[in-house]
Design a protein around this ligand. Structure first.
Ligand SMILES: N[C@@H](CCC(=O)N[C@@H](CS)C(=O)NCC(=O)O)C(=O)O
Length: 341
């Protein structure tokens, strides 16, 4: 028999669950998005991550997560607009309401959370700070850059990381802090700086856009951890959870082997977990107050995480990135979705 104490707890828990089950989710961002009919996304300008194609349609790894969000909210991957903004401008622009979300390679940091008032969705790309140098310098590691002139993009985590690195290694460098991306890249090509420092992914994407990519080398060393995650203004739980579970849906789909091409086959699965995930069993989606098929719709429209990665930046794309940490935990990577139940 249950002790009266345990019974008391059980009753309190049941009451809490009952009380919260029908709780109306309020959210100023989501309300505004619904009223407007589109999601406003702030992005950067690196082809592979985010850039308009020749027809003016935005394409890229981060762009696809914006489309996935539009599917969750509107069941329409086109109900989203993308606007580029420099690393210096974009966090203030998010704070002032110009954007609903940044999908621009923002690093999740404690200062940005506590001091600047941002929340982060799941990490979509595990990165680290790199250095892009002219091959003719013969440099093989960061410490060889003692006394070098290094270009840094203003408003990025790179500013503090590079200063920390040289302080720690008791070497010196001359910083050249640049806001505009074009000028930042030109500084290396024109010889104004010996090296550029930025997220390694960004430098990899920039290198292939240079006139002579083979004249430059991305050093293998990483100076920091740069977990790149969707950023939103603090204070809107419903919007945050939509961002979280949209990204998780792409990660969970890859773990389960569900792709854009085979998702309809999976609708016939007898596995109760898959039935819930794809909304064949509607109970989960109804409890979440989302379209029970939201995960199915995302996979159908955009694909799973691996497909998003491969299409935009993977080995067979022009970019040619390795998956590295960015593969499912079941394959030795860091991508891990909490359970869909
Ligand atoms: N992750 C760093 C750097 C962010 C960053 O600069 N991201 C790149 C894209 S991954 C960027 O915006 N580059 C400039 C551009 O795209 O114009 C931060 O959060 O401060």
């Amino acid at each position: 028999m249950k002790s009266s104490r345990t019974l008391g707890y059980s009753l309190a828990l049941a009451g809490w669950l009952a009380g919260s089950a029908g709780a109306a989710w309020a959210g100023p961002t989501l309300d505004a998005i619904r009223q407007r009919g589109t999601i406003k996304v702030g992005v950067g300008t690196s082809p592979g991550f985010f850039a308009p194609d020749s027809a003016g349609k935005w394409q890229g790894f981060f762009v696809d997560f914006g489309r996935a969000l539009a599917v969750t909210v509107f069941n329409d991957p086109e109900k989203v607009s993308f606007t580029s903004s420099s690393p210096q401008q974009r966090l203030p622009a998010l704070q002032s309401g110009e954007f609903d979300i940044l999908l621009s390679g923002v690093t999740q940091t404690v200062t940005r959370a506590f001091k600047l008032g941002f929340h982060f969705g799941p990490v979509v790309f595990y990165d680290g700070q790199g250095l892009l140098v002219k091959k003719s310098l013969g440099v093989t590691k960061a410490a060889d850059l003692d006394g070098a002139t290094i270009g840094i993009q203003s408003g990025t985590t790179g500013e503090l990381n590079i200063a920390d690195f040289f302080r720690k290694s008791k070497k010196t460098f001359k910083p050249v802090v640049i806001e505009e991306t074009k000028e930042f890249v030109n500084a290396l090509e024109s010889g104004r700086v010996d090296a550029l420092t930025q997220d390694a992914s960004d430098l990899g994407l920039r290198r292939i856009q240079l006139g002579k990519p083979d004249d430059y080398v991305l050093l293998p060393e990483r100076l920091s951890k740069e977990p790149l995650a969707p950023a939103i203004r603090a204070g809107d739980d419903r919007w945050l959870e939509i961002v979280n579970w949209t990204v998780f849906a792409t990660i969970q789909a890859e773990e389960l082997g569900i792709t854009q091409a085979n998702v309809d086959e999976f609708l016939k699965s007898d596995d109760p977990g898959i039935k819930r995930f794809l909304g064949v069993d509607k109970s989960l989606g109804e409890a979440l107050e989302l379209d029970p098929k939201f995960a199915y719709n995302i996979i159908k429209a955009v694909g799973n995480y691996g497909e998003i990665f491969e299409r935009n930046i993977g080995k067979k794309s022009k970019v040619g990135f390795e998956r590295g940490y960015n593969q499912p935990w079941t394959q030795g990577g860091l991508l891990y979705s909490p359970p869909f139940r």
